[in-house]
Design a protein around this ligand. Sequence first.
Ligand code: ATP
Ligand code: PRP
Ligand code: MG
Length: 282
Amino acid sequence: MLRIAVPNKGSLSEPASAMLHEAGYRQRKDRRELVLVDAENEVEFFFLRPRDIAVYVGSGKLDIGITGRDLLLDSGSPAEEILQLGFAGSTFRYATRPGTAKDVSEFGGMTIATSFSGLVRQHLADNGVDASVVHLDGAVETAIQLGVAEIIADVVETGTTLRNAGLEIIGEPILKSEAVVIRGTGAPDDDPKVRQFLRRMQGVLVARRYVMMDYDIRVEHVEKAVGLTPGLESPTVSPLHHEGWVAVRSMVPSKDAQRIMDELYDLGARAILTTGIHACRL
Ligand SMILES: Nc1ncnc2c1ncn2[C@@H]1O[C@H](COP(=O)(O)OP(=O)(O)OP(=O)(O)O)[C@@H](O)[C@H]1O
Ligand SMILES: O=P(O)(O)OC[C@H]1O[C@H](OP(=O)(O)OP(=O)(O)O)[C@H](O)[C@@H]1O
Ligand SMILES: [Mg+2]
């Protein structure tokens, strides 16, 4: 059985379970379930605190896990990223009251509050800055108001939380994060069970990002048309009963589908259809 760690709460939890469900795995119906065996797929899921996932995977007790890149790096655990999942995107940044400091080089002697003290200590050391770090569990914005710290370092998505607290983001992003699949450093990279899991997850990513596009076009315009719809390997071109016309089938990125349809129409393509992809293996 492949043993997989899945976040049990927070921003990562629901999208991770939704993705696993789309990949054909059983997921828990009750949020209090801690372990779930998917016997048909030979997988056992352990629902754990997001922060603890890198620790379990790094120790080798679990084969792989889903967590945030920021949590992985903060943990210092011997685990590594093997697939980016494209959700829970955020940046990790410093913020303060206007006028306090402009970037990390000015933090000497100050106190920085954060829930990611591993990441912040490393960043300060990389920049040769001697500052104190106070570890808090969450709601770190309030640490400045209450005089616990002059600077905070926290996860930023839209920036609303910081703005509402009267704080401004300073300096370059410390890190760009998103949800990732991790495995223990040094775990074999040819484990067939892990490979199959990754193919399934990649299949979901592709199914979410691409649509299938079909259209008919006159033979003399087909080269230009396939330039707009090159597909992943190469488009399928089949003859039509109506001489001089061909049918083309190709995958295109969903976000570009409408623009490509307009451009194909202008080239003379007709019966242009897009259909969703539910699952795939590339
Ligand atoms: N607002 C957000 N938008 C996108 N990603 C976020 C957001 N808040 C946290 N994350 C990401 O979620 C992960 C943190 O998960 P965690 O469950 O510890 O915190 P949370 O989502 O803030 O939940 P909570 O603090 O309520 O427990 C990190 O990878 C972080 O980058
Ligand atoms: O940039 P924004 O869109 O405002 O999102 C970022 C905020 O979301 C998370 O907070 P959460 O609500 O999880 O509270 P926490 O501080 O207790 O983790 C994170 O810690 C930030 O505070
Ligand atoms: Mg949080």
